[in-house]
Design a protein around this ligand. Sequence first.
Ligand SMILES: *Cc1c(COP(=O)(O)O)cnc(C)c1O
Length: 374
Amino acid sequence: MKVPLLDLKPQYNNLKSEIIKKVEEICDSQYFILGPEVEKFEAEIAEYCGTKYACGVSSGSDALIIALMVEGIGAGDEVITTPFTFFATAGAIARVGATPVFVDIDPKTFNIDPSQILEKVTSKTKAIIPVQLFGQSCDMDAINDIAKDNNLIIIEDAAQSIGSEYKGKRIGSLGDYGCFSFFPSKNLGAFGDGGIVTTNDKEKYELLKIFRNHGSEPKYFHKYIGGNFRLDALQAAILSIKLKSLDTATEKRQANAEEYRSLFKDSKLTENEVILPQMANYDVRHIYNQFSILVKNGKRDELKQTLIDSDIGCDVYYPVPLHLQECFKALGYKKGDCPISERVADEIIAIPIFPETNYEQREFVVSVIENFLV
Ligand SMILES: *Cc1c(COP(=O)(O)O)cnc(C)c1O
């Protein structure tokens, strides 16, 4: 039996005729950049996330960069974030010239630990970028309280969490900006790169639209220096078709996660060997972009090889916490500065959770893990 970590083909095959028809329509129109398809999709995402506005951009990374640019964050400014995330989170901060300041994570959710944020706030701190990792929300009330008291902007890195909820509210509506990615492996994936920024603030929304087009408003008059951060009509139209089945796909991921939980429970594995993804102790809708388990007793790398040898897809998100990345050496962090992130980076591994996997495949995954670890 083969179990890929992710296979996008079944989802595509279900939607193929609708997508191809739409692609042909756009090709016939020869209208490729921004325009009505992008505007339609922006309205749909704003509604889906419960925000007033959404501004389509070129990627999730650019979504973060443009939000920072609109806020005028740059050299001399500090932005607080987590070291346990995809590189783009801190990369965006550094690329606008600001300094990423890393705060360790909560061991249960792998999200930034709000109780450690305040001690890192200085007179230079301008924003916090909480990352809604693997599909589960950070404790946004706690983070928003700190932001309010210290006059900080909140930019949600929601790249992995479309449709996720915190206390009944959608991710992307919980700060000043919500930054989403449509990289193909995200729960809502394009046929290439794409992203979007959500906001409830009209002024910020108008600026986002200007900044994504080289700061041009009106055309050829530049009050600001923006960039080319535009979303394509083709991507927007394809995403719009895929958005209609996102909730069904999310429910399948959730059901798959529950199946894993009962299969692990019925196995000989205990918390001495593996720890399953834990739910936050506040109300969340986890959308399981990843199902990442912790492997105890230093056995993660060996288990990874065993899974690969058994044709089971798996991957480590993320092996090196960002405070220890070579490119951030000049920031002066050392091993031990974010101990929880460092431990989790050594123990974590993601196993297949995508909607089109079946029960037999999950049974096989758990039995391979059980046979190796017990
Ligand atoms: C994927 C991802 C990004 C970057 O999105 P791209 O569309 O690939 O640029 C940023 N942050 C996190 C947490 C991500 O998972």
